[in-house]
Design a protein around this ligand. Structure first.
Ligand code: PLP
Length: 394
């Protein structure tokens, strides 16, 4: 059978997942510093948190392409919590942020068109674009004590086929917010070219330091067609609720054009369940307790990591301002892949290699800050012990 090339030809497990499966089958306990599923990270979810989804109004099916008005108002209120006024009429409710990308690629792109994606960044962009027959063209982030966009690489990556520039704000896994200057520059690049800006703000609620948030920079702009994405999977740690959103911004005429097309795309699938839409306001309100637990955990783990790495000559932790990940830079004694495999097999700690996120050089390790503090500290200590031993070897 001939299958679509939108999916990779090789679907087998990579060396790391094969090795992990072998260890787990042998009953070995591995400290998982890649866990990014909040529902498995030991947070205290109130047992009745999902009660609003049992509302009997969910027994009536009333299809609405952009989502029920109450759900759109609830999402607009959540933006108010973060200090942004958003018109509910410019909100489309989606089943997830991943689905939001797919809808936007359908609305903005023809097969073979290009979208610019940050590098390093979220590994799923490769699949998300390919599944919609769109080509992801990277632009670079650079690190000089903090991360920023190398705007020269954005300009160089633009072509006649570019339809959108993706911003992850704050970026996963590097944790940098997009600066005001960067947004200005990108809006200038996009404005005259019929190129949209898409800002993925799923981690916007998770600053790691006391500093004003730089989320929402597209919401009030009229010089570029903008799409701001978010969802419950990160904002209240409920990926299984399957609720995300797109806020459309820009010049009135362009916004209306985008909304009309988005409406048809949403209407074709009608993928968001009625119970979660009815529950949206209740979930967003009740979910604050999970957000607070996650915030407390990531700030504590990040603070501990920074002080631990400060006394470690072998490596460093890169500056991050937000999000659920930390990036360690370590000596390149072997390839990143071998390093990660040895950490798994010899030290029983699982981490992501930097190449997974398309870091331009080696060796970087990406760890999740969601792990319970005792496991997190144990896992990081094992990594550092590994390097003590490695550097001590003749
Ligand atoms: C940057 C980024 N965007 C989107 C998603 C996916 O979000 P959702 O669960 O809403 O599809 C993730 C998940 O990790 C992510 O890291």
């Amino acid at each position: 059978m001939k299958f679509s090339t939108r999916l990779p030809a090789n679907l087998g497990p990579n060396r790391l997942s094969a090795s992990l499966a072998t260890l787990r089958a042998a009953g070995r306990h591995v400290i998982d510093l890649t866990e990014s599923n909040p529902t498995r990270a030991g947070f205290a979810y109130p047992p009745d948190l999902l009660a609003p989804m049992g509302d009997p109004r969910g027994l009536l099916y009333r299809p609405e392409p952009f989502g029920l008005p109450a759900a759109r108002r609830a999402i607009a209120s959540d933006f108010e919590r973060r200090g942004h006024g958003v018109d509910p009429d410019r909100i489309a409710v989606t089943a997830s942020t991943s689905e939001a990308y797919s809808l936007l690629f359908k609305v903005l792109c023809d097969p073979g068109d290009e979208v610019l994606v940050p590098r390093p960044s979220y590994p799923l962009f490769e699949h998300l674009t390919r599944l919609d027959a769109v080509t992801a063209v990277p632009y670079d982030l650079e690190y000089h004590g903090s991360w920023s966009i190398d705007v020269g690489t954005v300009a160089a990556a633009l072509s006649e086929r570019t339809r959108a520039i993706l911003l992850v704000n704050p970026n996963n896994p590097t944790g940098n917010f997009v600066s005001r200057g960067e947004v200005e520059h990108l809006a200038d690049l996009c404005g005259g070219r019929q190129v949209a800006l898409i800002a993925d703000e799923v981690f916007a609620d998770y600053p790691l330091h006391d500093q004003p948030s730089r989320a929402g920079p597209l919401l009030t702009r009229t010089d570029v067609l903008g799409f701001t994405l978010g969802g419950l999977s990160k904002s209240i740690g409920l990926p299984q609720a399957k609720l995300g959103w797109i806020v459309v911004s820009g010049d009135h005429h362009q916004v209306q054009g985008a909304l009309a097309r988005l409406e048809l795309a949403c209407d074709t699938y009608l993928s968001v369940s009625t119970p979660v839409q009815i529950a949206a306001a209740g979930l967003l309100e009740r979910g604050g307790v999970i957000r607070e637990q996650i915030r407390e955990r990531i700030v504590a783990n990040c603070g501990w990591l920074i002080s631990r790495m400060a006394s470690t000559p072998a490596g460093s932790v890169l500056r991050s301002d937000a999000g659920w990940h930390a990036v360690l830079q370590l000596p390149s004694l072997t390839s990143e892949e071998d390093l990660v495999l040895r950490l798994l097999q010899e030290d029983e700690v699982l981490v992501h290699p930097g190449y997974f996120f398309d870091f331009p050089s080696e060796s970087f390790l990406v760890v999740s800050l969601l792990a319970p503090p005792a496991s997190f500290r144990d896992g990081i200590s094992r990594i550092l012990r590994h390097f003590d031993c490695s550097t001590a070897r003749p």
